[in-house]
Design a protein around this ligand. Sequence first.
Ligand code: FE2
Ligand code: FE2
Length: 396
Amino acid sequence: MEIIFANEPKEKSLKDDIKTLKRIELALKKSKQLDQTANMELASQNFKYTDCHLANWNPERFSLLYGTWLWNQSSEYQKTILNQLYWVAYYSQIISAEIATIFFNQTCAASLYGVEDFRIVCDTLDLESAQERAHINAFKTVSEELEQTLFGERIFTYPMRTPFVKTMMYSDLSKFQQWLRTQQLRAYTVLSSNSAFVGCQYFTVRGVRTLNGKIVQHQLSKFYSGMKDPEQAPIPAKISYYHFVDESFHFNTSTVISHDVINSLKPPTKFESYIANKSLWGCQKDHYNFSTAINGIFWYDPALYKPMYKILRSPVFGMSHEEALVAIEKSFCEESEGATASAKTHSEAVDSYKAYLADFKYVDKRNRDMLLMSGNNLQKHLQTNKKFFETFRKSI
Ligand SMILES: [Fe+2]
Ligand SMILES: [Fe+2]
């Protein structure tokens, strides 16, 4: 029975929206049943790079610099390493995003817990944060061992860090812009933990940011689930599958909170709408670029020249200084099957973001139309890569 004290206006409550409440309860129950944490932990414990160092870990087209000059020149062994390096680079970016996710799950749960009957939403987020820690541990274990074995140093991995360091590993932000971004994140921390609307709206950003990841990660997970004998699959391929299972629930949470739970809150103030649109604009900025090196992650290619140079100079490719520069220029600055495929993924992401945001009343036109992000294309991308290659050549 609902208790309403005399002379108190009735607060908005999730219990007024039984359909959504039931959906969240059912999703949490299923998510607990299918929780992949134990599988993730076991996979991390059993991983030995030497057990799977000659195997592909992803479908072939998900390889670093797939369909470029370097790919076409590479031996079968080098192609396998490029395939494994895609896994390492991809999930190193996912680690960075998930460090932020863990943090904002908590700050948003703080504000949502301030609304009557939101406990179930907070419990869901608690489970997700614990799962993210297991995901990060698995990605980190595999990636660090590969890099240590093949290169004796870090290439894409990094020591653990806070969510304020960098969410996008290779971006075009200057040092000042990066500093500004950190200050914006700090402000967003305070706002999201104090305003249920901003807390809820974070899941719009989380939903948009993971839409593209969902498409790629589905492909990566199918590499394992489509195998004749999945038990014999390389451990990293199994991890991709386990991760996709957990993340499907996370994506569902983002969708339900951003589309439905938000209706159980008071309408946003002008300031709250402004903050919501500002965070979506930031998402467009982060996803403006796309990368020829890694289809499906919106990295800024010129920032990848240096790690790529290290890989090409390592014993895996054994290139001289000049050879490595030729390989980078030909692979990043010329039109190729790989660059075209990455551009296509980027434009598919734009379309899916637009569809996700179509029915939100508070989203402004610039965000609804993905004005900034849709302004990039293959020609601009190649021009940028060419322009910054000259700077790189002089600097190294
Ligand atoms: Fe995850
Ligand atoms: Fe997640």
